[in-house]
Design a protein around this ligand. Structure first.
Ligand SMILES: [Ca+2]
Ligand SMILES: [Ca+2]
Length: 395
């Protein structure tokens, strides 16, 4: 039954993927930087993680079950005793086909466990029984025949050293096409996991700079609060930043809709220089991002390939600003296009132009990245990121 046991380094660098240049400059030093991935963050393989709306357990020693949903391998749920269980509510009936489990001290001991699922939280159906590898602290995915369930329960039956049930992170796995709720949803980054786990990695100086918050939100129960202080420079590159990274890997010919909401704090700095809040970065190491949303002074801009401003609007603070962005990704100017809805209105009808660089792919960065000369603290919130194949998918 056990399909895969995957070993993933918890700290690694993606060679050739570099930090982004600001809209007004590109520091040559950046071309030598690699993308730092936060140490000890959850990474799943062969698993399309399903958001859990809540989690309960048979007990705990002070390390509560919510610690298995915070995206950090350094925190855990622990409870003493064979038969200890932890149980995830997926919020609604979903197609479940596996579980990704990162065991605390999973590189020092093997853990015997069972997985069961339930549609009602009363009757549970066993779907998997096995033993962890004992060789890694990162998530290992076990698979079983897909079935419809609302709850997934992991029941511990002892480890090779003692009877402590200790899990650092765990996720139910869906099937890729249904990882979102709509069939054409490719990805959600809406923070409804209560963590940053929907995102590939982070570039931040401290966890408090990219903080999942329950207020304010635009969608659901959680959003992310991004804070940048002067000097924040997590990747030793130009500018100051704290950003989420999603390896969307858009390639030539891809066409997607993206929806998200951004709110600039009421004291968001007014500075006559660049402050990026959303960008699609190219996979190569030189040149400006092919698509970037940024603030300069009291204006929000959308700019293409570092040179062409295609839309602008006055900066608004203290209100959620809703974006729906439709892009055909292409290095050919007669194939690629952008189309933008802002605050419910079509503000940029389909405009043809190159949206990427030839022979490269793109990936998404969201947060705040700004000129290092800006002194005041900058705070911006993001919520509700979703990527889909059609306008209907993201709405
Ligand atoms: Ca954790
Ligand atoms: Ca949300």
């Amino acid at each position: 039954m056990k399909k895969t046991l995957l070993l993933v380094e918890t700290v690694f660098a993606l060679a050739g993927v570099v930090a982004c240049g600001g809209p007004e400059q590109l520091d040559a030093d950046e071309s030598t930087q690699t993308l730092g991935v936060t140490a000890d963050a959850l990474s799943t393989q062969n698993c399309s993680p399903l958001s859990a709306t809540s989690v309960i357990a048979s007990g705990n020693d002070g390390n509560g079950p919510q610690n298995t949903l915070d995206d950090q391998l350094g925190t855990r749920w622990s409870n003493l005793g064979k038969g200890s269980w932890i149980d995830y509510d997926l919020g609604s009936a979903r197609t479940v086909s596996g579980a990704a489990i990162a065991w605390h001290q999973g590189n020092q001991r093997t853990n015997n466990f069972a997985v069961s699922v339930s549609t009602d939280g009363m009757v549970y159906t066993p779907v998997y029984t096995g033993t962890s590898s004992g060789t890694t602290t990162v998530a290992e995915t076990v698979s079983f025949a897909a079935r419809t369930a609302r709850r997934l329960r992991i029941t511990f039956q002892g480890n090779s050293q003692n009877d402590w049930a200790s899990i650092a992170e765990a996720r139910a796995c869906g099937v890729a096409a249904e990882a979102g709720s709509g069939s054409g949803v490719v990805w959600r980054g809406d923070f409804e996991t209560g963590s940053r786990s929907q995102w590939s990695s982070t570039q931040m100086v401290n966890a408090d700079r990219l903080q999942v918050v329950s207020s304010p939100t635009r969608q659901g129960s959680y959003a992310i609060k991004v804070t940048v202080r002067q000097g924040d420079n997590p990747i030793s590159a130009s500018g100051n930043r704290n950003e989420l990274v999603r390896m969307t890997n858009e390639k030539e010919g891809d066409e997607y809709y993206y929806k998200w909401s951004t709110m600039f704090a009421s004291d968001f700095p007014s500075a006559k220089t660049w402050q990026l809040f959303t960008q699609w970065h190219h996979s190569g190491s030189n040149g400006s991002p092919p698509v970037e949303f940024y603030v300069n002074g009291e204006t929000i801009y959308l700019r293409m390939r570092g040179s062409t401003v295609v839309w602008q609007t006055p900066l608004v603070r203290g209100q959620w600003l809703d974006f729906v962005f439709h892009v055909k990704w292409s290095a050919k100017s007669n194939v690629g296009f952008v189309e933008l809805y802002y605050r419910g209105n079509l503000v940029l009808p389909k405009l043809y132009g190159a949206t990427m660089y030839s022979g490269q792919t793109n990936y998404l960065k969201v947060g705040l990245y700004r000129n290092s000369t800006i002194a005041p603290v900058g705070v911006v919130y993001h919520d509700g990121w979703v990527q889909g194949r059609s306008l209907q998918d993201v709405q």
